[in-house]
Ligand binder design. Structure first.
Ligand code: NAD
Ligand code: DAU
Length: 337
């Protein structure tokens, strides 16, 4: 059978690997090439279950490397989905340069290759963080973007280039802006997997500031399905918000994770110095994506319980990570807090 082929950049990360597992399982006529630089966040174990599938191909390469990107995009690809990014806000405060290189330059390099090869669709995976702090109400797609961290600014830089290629060259682009995502295979630097694995190890968890910050939580497979849905059904040139509809304070998340791991507040929680420039609240209006036919399926309480159960069962996945590069990062990030 002749297959359609999608190029998925950053497919060995958290959301990209969920996307690849799901689309291969749900679309028999589809083949996938993953282009991934294997940074600290890229992990071949995330795609172990599809590694032997003849429809799956892996290419190691950097999206900011024009030669590598040209070869991958020019290799019989119908669509490109860009998950590749430096994705952690705290690391962008410690070391912003890698964020500019991948999230801004890398996006530019991909757009040039997509234009040159006349690719039918390019989807940029973006974030609610580009809207900045939202005191009240919910962000809609044509709200002004006001990013406030180096990470969010680099993602916004990527988005603006993508939109400019549509306006200037008619490149058939789409953008999704997803909210805070949780689930299996998330690198344990982010709130949910850091707190779950620390609690399972009997360690404390560091709550930034008063813990009253609000995020909107989206299960990883719902996010991945939303991206696939927008790729196949969205209108070129448009942006689509993908929010989970589960607004919680960090304190609420912490309480729930303590309950699910059987730990107590007093033995486990430390309030530490806040993240500089910490956005207080994000909130997305996802009516546009819902009109297109996407809706999140996973109930938040069930998704969080399944996530904790997954980390409990998959120490073989996270223990090697926490004993490697992660240890230096953790010291740099938290020692002075
Ligand atoms: P992640 O950090 O888990 O994975 C990023 C992947 O990109 C890794 O496999 C890494 O090796 C790869 N990568 C990094 N730099 C690269 C480069 N220069 N060239 C090729 N590959 C490179 O990230 P994630 O959490 O899965 O996020 C995926 C995308 O979704 C990102 O664009 C992020 O901005 C966006 N997003 C994430 C969330 C979230 O809550 N995690 C929410 C909304 C949007
Ligand atoms: O909103 C979408 C974004 O969500 C994505 O674009 C990013 O890629 C992703 O990393 C995530 O960014 P956040 O900064 O919101 O995620 P993080 O898990 O780092 O933090 C979530 C909240 O928890 C935030 O308010 C900071 C707080 N926090 C985080 C850590 C790691 C703590 O209180 N303590 C911690 O140790």
């Amino acid at each position: 059978m002749a297959h359609r082929r999608w190029l998925v950049t950053g497919g060995l990360g958290f959301i990209g690997s969920s996307f690849v597992r799901l689309v291969l399982a749900e679309r028999a006529d589809l083949a996938i090439t993953v282009l991934d630089a294997l940074t600290y966040a890229g992990n071949p174990a995330n795609l172990a279950e599809v590694a032997a599938d003849p429809r799956y191909r892996f290419v190691k390469g950097d999206i900011a490397d024009a030669k590598a990107v040209d070869a991958a995009v020019g290799d019989g690809v119908d669509a490109v989905v860009n998950f590749a990014a430096e994705s952690h806000v705290d690391r962008s405060i410690l070391d912003p340069e890698a964020f500019i290189r991948t999230d801004v330059m890398g996006t530019h390099v991909l757009l040039e290759a997509v234009r040159r090869h006349g690719i039918a669709r390019f989807l940029q995976v973006s974030t609610d963080e580009v809207y900045g702090d939202v005191e009240q109400g919910a962000s809609v797609e044509d709200d002004p973007i006001r990013p406030r961290s180096p990470y969010a600014a680099s993602k916004a830089g990527g988005d603006l280039q993508v939109l400019a290629y549509f306006a200037t060259f008619g490149t058939p682009i789409l953008i999704t802006r997803g909210s805070n995502t949780y689930g299996p295979y998330q690198y344990p630097e982010k709130l949910v997997p850091l707190f779950v694995t620390n609690l399972l190890e009997g360690e404390t968890v560091p709550v930034y500031g008063d813990g009253g910050q609000i995020r909107d939580w989206l299960y990883v497979d719902d996010h991945a399905r939303g991206i696939a849905h927008v790729l196949e059904h969205g209108t070129p040139g448009e942006v689509y918000n993908l929010g989970g509809g589960n607004s919680r304070t960090n304190l609420e998340i912490t309480h729930e994770l303590l309950r699910l791991t059987g730990r107590t507040w007093d033995e486990s929680v430390r309030h530490v110095t806040d993240r500089p420039g910490h956005d207080r609240r994000y909130a997305l209006d996802s009516a546009k994506a819902r009109t297109l036919g996407w809706t999140p399926r996973v109930d938040f309480a069930a998704g969080l319980a399944d996530t904790v159960a997954w980390y409990r069962a998959r120490e073989d996945w996270w223990r090697p990570i926490k004993s490697g590069e992660f240890r230096d990062y953790y010291r740099r990030q938290y020692a002075l807090r």
